[in-house]
Design a binder for this molecule. Structure first.
Ligand SMILES: [Cu+2]
Length: 473
C-alpha cells in the first residue's frame, strides 16, 4: 500500500497527532529534530516574589531564541504537555498552510498531551517569531496573552556582522484583565469577579467599550529593575533585535542618550536605514536597529509610557564601570513613520485592488465590540476570498475606528505602498500598524497556494471577528 500525503495526515490524526510531513517522505524525519518546542505550564518569576502562572515554550517566556540556517529545511517537534489543544504559528515564515498553525487555515493542531512533528521548508534570512495562535476569547490565559512566544532567527549564510554584540529584546504584558476607562481608575479586579460582587454592573456593562488592561509587563521576561542589566562598553556598536510579543498593546520604546539606526523591519532589510529616537512596534512587529554606545551611564531602555514602564516595561543598560540608579528622560525626537525608510521609487503595476474598510459595532447579545471588514464580521462558514498566485493585489485599508490595528498577513510578505497618504516603497513586512482613522495601501503577490489568513494581531480584536481567509490559487 502506498500512502498519500492525505493518508498520512489521517493516519497521524488517528494515532494521536504525530505526523510526518515532507512530500510524503518518511526518511526526512528520521533522526533528531532540529527544533523541539515543549508547551507546558510554568511559573515565570518576572520580579523577586512576583511570579506569573502561564503557559510557555521550553520553560521560559520568552522561550529560547530558535536559530535556523538560511536555506535549510527544519525538522520541528512540538510536544504539548497541557490539557488544551494548541496552535503554533510561525510568524513571518513562508510555510504550507498545514503547518502554519491556525485553525482558519486548517493547520494541524498540537493535541492536548500529544505531539506533532513536521518539516518546515527552507526560509529567507531574518528575524521571525513563533507564538500561540489559539483563540482566547474571554479566557485571558490563552493565545498571545500567555507566555508562548520565541524569537526565530533565520541566520544568513554569510553574516558581515558589523556590530560588537547582538541583543534580542522581547516585550510582553502580564496579568491581563477586562477594563474600561472608568474601571481603570477604580480597580484591578477582573470584571467577572466585579460582576459577581455587584450584579448591577452587568447591565451597565452592556454599553461599555471594553479593553484589555495589564497589571505588569516585562522585557525578556523580567520587570524593569529585576534580572540582569544589558552590559555594554563605550564605543560598541550593538545590534538590537526588538520584538513586540504583546497580545494587544502597540508600544513605543526609547533608550535615552542614544539613537537607533533602523536597518530592518520584520526581519527584512529596509531600503534606506534611518536614525530615530523612538521605536514604534505594533503587536507582532520586529525592528532591527544598530545603536552606537557613546553616552556612558546607566540607562533605562523602555516604554515611553510612564505607566507601562512603572509596571515593568524596561530593561537597564549599564556601561562598564558605571554604577548608580538607571536614568530615564522622555525622548524629544520625531514621530515614527514608515516613510522614513522608503526607497522613494514609483509603486509597481498591479493586477487587482481589494478595498478593506475597518469598522466596529456592538455585538448582539454580548458586551463586546465586533470588528468588521467591509461591513462583515468573520464567520467560520465564510467562503475564502480568492487571490491569484503571483498576481499583485493592492489592499486599500481605511480605518473607520479610533483604535490602531496591527494588521498581519500569514504565509507571505507584503510591500507598503502608502501610509496615511505618504508614499512608501521597498518596505517588505508581514505586519504593519494602521493608525486610528488612518489609511494604508499594501501590495501582495502571494507565492504559496492554499488558505491564507489575514487578521488584526490584537488578540482581543481577532477574537471579535477581525479576520478574513483568502485562498491562493
Ligand atoms: Cu485591531
Amino acid at each position: 500500500m502506498t500512502l498519500t500525503r492525505r493518508d498520512l495526515f489521517s493516519l497521524a490524526l488517528a494515532t494521536g497527532g504525530e505526523i510526518l510531513l515532507r512530500r510524503g517522505s518518511l526518511e526526512a524525519l528520521s533522526g533528531r529534530p532540529d527544533v523541539t518546542l515543549r508547551i507546558a505550564r510554568a511559573q515565570i518569576e518576572i520580579a523577586s516574589g512576583h511570579s506569573i502562572a502561564t503557559t510557555v515554550y521550553n520553560g521560559g517566556a520568552p522561550g529560547p531564541v530558535l536559530h535556523l540556517r538560511e536555506g535549510r529545511s527544519v525538522h520541528v517537534e512540538i510536544v504539548n504537555e497541557t490539557d488544551r489543544e494548541e496552535y503554533v504559528h510561525w510568524h513571518g515564515l513562508i510555510v504550507p498552510a498545514r503547518v502554519d498553525g491556525t485553525q482558519e487555515e486548517n493547520s494541524l493542531p498540537v493535541p492536548a498531551h500529544g505531539r506533532l512533528t513536521y518539516v518546515l521548508p527552507p526560509q529567507r534570512t531574518g528575524v521571525r517569531y513563533v507564538h500561540s495562535h489559539a483563540m482566547a476569547r474571554q479566557d485571558l490565559n490563552r493565545g498571545t496573552y500567555s507566555g508562548q512566544f520565541s524569537f526565530v532567527y533565520v541566520e544568513p549564510r554569510n553574516n558581515p556582522g558589523r556590530y560588537d554584540q547582538e541583543l534580542f529584546i522581547s516585550t510582553h504584558e502580564w496579568e491581563p484583565y477586562l477594563t474600561n476607562d472608568e474601571l481603570e481608575e477604580q480597580s484591578f479586579e477582573p470584571i467577572d469577579q466585579q460582576v459577581r460582587e455587584q450584579p448591577a454592573l452587568a447591565e451597565e456593562m452592556k454599553h461599555e467599550h471594553w479593553e484589555i488592561g495589564y497589571k505588569s509587563a516585562s522585557i525578556n521576561g523580567k520587570a524593569l529593575g529585576h534580572g540582569e542589566p544589558l552590559r555594554v562598553k563605550e564605543g560598541q556598536r550593538l545590534l538590537f533585535h526588538v520584538l513586540n510579543a504583546s497580545a494587544t498593546e502597540n508600544i513605543r520604546l526609547s533608550l535615552p542618550g542614544h539613537r537607533f539606526l533602523v536597518v530592518a523591519l520584520d526581519g527584512n532589510a529596509v531600503p534606506r536605514p534611518a536614525l530615530v529616537d523612538i521605536l514604534e512596534l505594533g503587536v507582532g512587529e520586529r525592528v532591527d536597529a544598530v545603536v552606537e554606545m557613546q553616552t556612558p551611564g546607566v540607562w533605562i531602555f523602555g516604554s515611553n509610557d510612564d505607566v507601562l514602564r512603572d509596571r515593568g516595561m524596561g530593561i537597564v543598560v549599564e556601561y562598564a564601570g558605571k554604577i548608580g540608579p538607571a536614568n530615564w528622560t522622555d525622548p524629544a525626537g520625531q514621530d515614527w513613520d514608515y516613510s522614513l525608510f522608503s526607497a522613494g521609487l514609483a509603486p509597481e503595476k498591479i493586477h487587482a485592488t481589494m478595498p478593506m474598510v475597518i469598522s466596529s459595532a456592538m455585538g448582539n447579545g454580548n458586551r463586546f465590540e465586533q470588528w468588521l471588514i467591509n461591513g462583515r464580521t468573520h464567520s467560520g462558514i465564510d467562503k475564502p476570498t480568492t487571490l491569484k498566485r503571483g498576481e499583485r493585489c493592492r489592499f486599500a485599508f481605511q480605518n473607520k475606528s479610533d483604535d490602531a490595528h496591527p494588521l498581519h498577513f500569514h504565509r507571505t510578505t507584503f510591500e507598503m505602498v502608502r501610509i496615511d497618504g505618504r508614499p512608501v516603497t521597498g518596505l517588505r513586512k508581514d505586519v504593519f500598524l494602521l493608525k486610528p482613522f488612518g489609511s494604508a495601501e499594501v501590495d501582495l503577490a502571494p507565492t504559496e497556494p492554499g488558505l491564507m489568513l489575514f487578521h488584526c494581531h490584537n488578540q482581543f480584536h481577532m477574537d471579535s471577528g477581525f479576520k478574513r481567509v483568502f485562498n491562493v490559487v
